[in-house]
Design a protein around this ligand. Structure first.
Ligand code: HEC
Length: 145
């Protein structure tokens, strides 16, 4: 009887440990996945590509129009990643101003907008190259906001 009880107790303890271990490995896996997804790097040729569209009030205004109609839903008015559509995504949209402050180049932004990465789609087919560079000019103004 006593032996049986002991056995049962240690089984319960074992189950408890298993559950904790499982929970821990989930947390660990999630951390690994997160670390990978937040590390989105453009190839060096793209990073160093110069912006052929000069940043001036005209091209910034054009970029703003495009941003408001295509990007704001997820990235938000000031680019923080808090647009009305962001909550439904499995991944928070990047804080664009923070990335620019951290030193992201025009070419890098352009490449990411062009290629996309789930859940953000690629803008290659729906925006021209010039339009994508204009958006870069606009989102760079968000770095100070
Ligand atoms: C459906 C929501 C959604 C829309 C619409 C969207 N994005 Fe994104 N965007 C995201 C998400 C989510 C990420 C993060 C992707 C990742 O890190 O894997 C992202 C990442 C980015 C990045 C990369 C930031 C970095 O340095 O890692 C840029 C630049 C960007 N978006 C610009 C834009 C622009 C410009 C538009 C409009 C033309 C746009 N996005 C539209 C959701 C969206």
């Amino acid at each position: 009887m006593e032996v049986e009880l002991k056995a049962r107790n240690s089984f319960t303890a074992f189950r408890g440990w298993m559950r904790r271990g499982l929970a821990l490995s989930f947390v660990f896996a999630a951390t690994v996945v997160f670390a990978q997804t937040s590390d989105w790097k453009a190839p060096p040729t793209a990073v160093n590509r110069p912006n052929p569209v000069p940043a001036n009030p005209n091209t910034i205004a054009l970029g703003q129009k495009l941003y408001v109609s295509n990007c704001m839903i997820c990235h938000g008015q000031t680019g923080r990643g808090d647009g009305p559509g962001a909550a439904a995504l499995e991944k928070k949209p990047a804080d664009l101003g923070a990335r620019i402050k951290a030193g992201e180049t025009d070419g890098e932004l352009f490449w990411k907008i062009t290629e996309g990465r789930s859940p953000m789609l690629s803008w290659k087919g729906s925006l021209t190259e010039t339009q994508r560079w204009e958006i870069v000019n606009y989102i760079k103004t968000l770095a100070g906001k």
